[in-house]
Design a protein around this ligand. Structure first.
Ligand code: IVH
Length: 670
């Protein structure tokens, strides 16, 4: 191999690694460390290198995969025809090249291009049979996606039945998105409640449609805009006809589209919406240009991942530059330290920005920032600014590199880093003020102890006056000692004390959530409470037992064990119990034991006919049963569908665990 090829090979490896890491972040964890623009540039560079050096291309390159990976908990469904991706470009000349290419393939024909907005959301396929909505599926890897019908029905406005008898069985494809107004309203509520703000409507659209926690979906109204109609019985002749039909059947379609016949007209449309996109009720990140006539589309054909008859022009994100003044370090409620870039204030997409999170030590190191650097900041569709790059050519020679903090900015304790994680944290839970404040705010959260009047200012004052050092102290607060604090009026103190008192009746699952165990969110807390039923039992848990529970992976299990073994937390638990908090499931416990599947443990495997996987889980849980993720002697029944995993079946047989089909479950419940 030539030395230059060695370098190219290494670059390809690095790019593959980086892109896979970003895919994982985005599709599995719902976070993005880099902007869409940066991501597209990485992918483009990789495609270029792979084309020029095909022998260096790695197998399973991210340029071949379409992205989303299935989420455990939803059933996988194959699409009737693959859901393709679009070739995309940020360059005007590539639009001209696209038009020339298409004209060359069909010489002498007159070609209309339908231009429409590229809505920044999530692609969905909606299938109707005999006039009824039967399935809503995500694009997934293009071939098969997650069946998210249940979530989609809750928050999307498409017709559930079709009145028009001529159109009964068909598929609609389109884009689900959260309208800007809904996104802003929900974020305002989050802000008031001191919760972290959502970064952009697209992530939250995906998060909403793919959550297993159906309660989360409530109140999150999404929009859906159809862009394709497929029916064997009634094929459409053009894209335009498809859009008209969709409106007729009761689907929203993007409110404007244009038929263009040449590059000049297409570019005028692109420029117009580039200037006016902020006025639209939903986010768009570009324009899609499609050959209008479906017979012409077929003649033009496609590559393995995208049609040759369409292209997406993507707008450059809202980006501006500023000067980095400093990086500070912020301590969160669990002690994790986040670097924050402070830069000269500047206007970006309509608001003034001056700070941006740099996420963690690795992300900071990758950026390689120096004080005084010229940095690029982007808001790309969302509201949270992001540092997306540095202009190293403008770096002042004498400036200093920025290193991650070694000691806690709040309490000066030496920071620690857990092996294998990107996070540094301050271990001083007991005296580090931001951790204490964060823990108290979490404890008081609406979904935890619901101590409504314990907001950030009140917490700050109570901590400063040293009246409260842990949640336990809340329960011994007295009227007189708060009276002298600034801003503590009589009515407010009474309300606070009354809120604290009523928090004692909050159910055990809320108490488990309120403890603020790292990675234990509301859903896991509920599962722990339901499964163990009392704090005493939870305190005796082993890590193997925890790992048996669905939703509990190694990270969560270890965090729960660390919490329970920590003497500081143990003292808090004793204090909270003495204060009279609910340390066991009460009525639920009694009620639960009367349910038909109470105390029975199930494992399910395979695909079911009458239930989606989620529906079956809910059915079992509502009848009092508990789901476990793997076969052991604790399991009472294995429920088997088609395409079941053979290892689970074999193990169940060796342990003589009864094996049920989905119909047997109903018999058990009756
Ligand atoms: S057409 C083969 N039209 O962009 C045709 N896609 O990478 C494929 N999108 O997954 C889709 N607005 O999520 C089409 N008006 C539009 C669109 C659109 C947004 C998204 C869709 C798709 C991605 C293509």
């Amino acid at each position: 191999m030539q030395p230059s090829e060695l370098a190219i090979g290494n670059e390809i490896k690095r790019l593959v690694h980086l892109i896979k890491h970003q895919n994982e972040n985005y599709f599995q964890k719902g976070i993005s460390e880099i902007s869409d623009y940066e991501y597209d540039q990485l992918l483009k560079r990789l495609s270029l290198l792979e084309e020029a050096y095909p022998h260096l291309k790695q197998s399973h390159s991210p340029t071949e995969a379409l992205g989303e990976r299935p989420i455990p908990g939803f059933s996988l469904v194959y699409h009737q025809a693959p859901m393709l991706s679009l070739a995309k470009t940020y360059l005007e000349e590539e639009i001209a090249q696209f038009v020339t290419r298409v004209n060359k393939i069909l010489p002498g024909s007159s070609i209309d291009f339908l231009c429409e907005p590229k809505i920044d959301g999530m692609a969905l396929s909606i299938v109707y049979e005999q006039g009824k909505l039967v399935r809503v599926v995500t694009r997934g890897d293009g071939e098969k996606g997650d069946d998210i019908t249940r979530n989609a029905i809750k928050c999307l406005p498409f017709p559930k039945t079709i009145e028009d008898f001529s159109y009964q069985s068909f598929e609609v494809r389109g884009e689900a998105c959260m309208p800007k107004a809904v996104f802003e309203a929900l974020n305002n509520v989050r802000k008031e409640q001191g919760e972290a703000l959502w970064a952009n409507p697209r992530n939250i659209t995906a998060g909403t449609l793919k959550t297993l926690d159906i309660d989360l979906v409530k109140g999150r109204s999404l929009a859906f805009y159809g862009y394709s109609f497929y029916s064997q019985a009634h094929p459409c002749a053009t894209q335009q006809e498809g859009l008209a039909l969709l409106s007729k059947l009761g689907f929203a379609t993007a409110p404007f589209y244009k038929l263009c016949s040449n590059t000049t007209e297409i570019m005028a449309y692109i420029h117009y919406w580039g200037q006016h996109k902020d006025e639209l009720p939903f986010g768009i990140d570009g324009i899609v240009i499609k050959v209008n006539d479906l017979t012409q589309q077929t003649a033009i054909g496609m590559t393995s991942t995208s049609p040759r008859w369409a292209i997406a022009y993507k707008y450059q994100p809202d980006m501006a530059h500023s000067i980095l003044e400093k990086v500070t370090f912020q301590v969160g409620r669990t002690g994790v330290v986040t670097p924050i870039a402070h830069f000269q204030p500047m206007a970006l997409a309509g608001t003034m920005v001056r700070r941006a999170s740099l996420y963690n030590a690795d992300a900071l190191a990758k950026k390689d920032l120096y004080v005084g650097d010229t940095i690029f900041i982007e808001k790309g569709g969302g509201i949270i600014p992001k540092v997306v790059g540095v202009d190293v050519t403008r770096r002042v020679k004498t400036s200093m590199p920025i290193a991650f903090a070694q000691i806690c900015p709040a309490c000066h304790t030496v920071l620690q880093r857990e092996e294998g994680t990107v996070a540094y944290y301050c271990p001083n839970k007991q005296q580090c003020l931001p951790q204490l404040k964060g823990a108290l705010l979490h404890f008081a959260h609406r979904k935890a102890m619901d101590i409504d009047s314990l907001g950030p200012k009140t917490v700050e004052a109570l901590c400063k006056a040293k009246l409260v050092t842990t949640a336990v102290d809340l329960y011994t607060l007295r009227y007189e000692e708060m009276r002298s604090l600034e801003g503590f009026q009589q009515v407010m103190i009474q309300k606070l004390l009354s809120n604290i008192k009523s928090s004692k009746s909050k159910s055990f699952d809320k108490v488990v959530f309120a403890l603020g165990i790292q990675y234990v969110g509301e859903t896991v807390a509920k599962k722990l409470a339901l499964y163990f039923k009392s704090m005493a039992r939870l305190q005796r848990v082993t890590i193997t037992e925890l790992l048996q529970l669905p939703d509990v992976g190694e990270k969560i299990a270890q965090s729960i064990m660390d919490y329970l073994q920590d003497p500081f937390q143990q003292a808090i638990l004793v204090g909270l119990q003495k204060a009279g908090l609910q340390f066991a499931m009460q009525e639920e416990l009694v009620l639960h034991s009367k349910l038909p599947l109470a105390s029975k443990k199930f494992v399910i495997t395979g695909i079911f006919q009458q239930f989606t996987r989620q529906e079956l889980i809910k059915y079992i849980e509502q009848a009092g049963g508990t789901l476990l993720s793997s076969i052991s002697d604790k399991v009472d029944y294995l429920v088997v569908g088609s395409k079941a995993g053979s290892s689970k079946l074999a193990k169940a047989k060796t342990l003589a665990i009864p094996i049920l089909g989905e119909n047997d479950i109903a018999r058990l419940v009756l």
